[in-house]
Design a protein around this ligand. Structure first.
Ligand SMILES: [Zn+2]
Length: 124
């Protein structure tokens, strides 16, 4: 009996997922129903192989109706500056909105400078 190495399964699964997403992207505009079918298949493969779906693919799938999101076709992307700046992506198929925060690293650098120059007061 042959032992199949888990690494091989994951590699094969990753290849299959990449192919399915590639094909879904090609037919996304002309045949959205088939593209959705490809995405669902890719998600099933990922679940079976216990692989997380790549972030770059994840952002192109509607979490609600699993439609392939194509910016400018069935996906509306807006930048919101209110509170924390974030990107709002709306699926035009079902109306589901997802928010992606934009990370801001500038705030953390200024904090450390304030604590260093405190004058020493000797009690008398
Ligand atoms: Zn949707």
């Amino acid at each position: 009996m042959k032992n199949i190495q888990p690494l091989n399964i994951k590699q094969i699964a990753q290849q299959r997922i990449a192919i399915l997403f590639e094909q879904a992207n090609l037919i996304g505009k002309t045949n959205p129903a088939l593209a959705t079918k490809y995405i669902k298949t890719a998600q099933k493969i990922a679940m079976a192989a216990r692989l997380p779906i790549n972030q770059k693919y994840k952002r192109h799938i509607c979490k609600h109706c699993k439609t392939l999101l194509i910016t400018g076709h069935n996906n509306r992307v807006r930048i919101q500056q209110k509170r924390e700046p974030h990107i709002v992506a709306t699926c035009l198929n079902c109306g589901y909105t997802s928010r992606i925060p934009i990370k801001n690293n500038k705030k953390e650098n200024t904090k450390n400078e304030q604590t260093t120059n405190i004058p020493h007061e000797t009690p008398r």
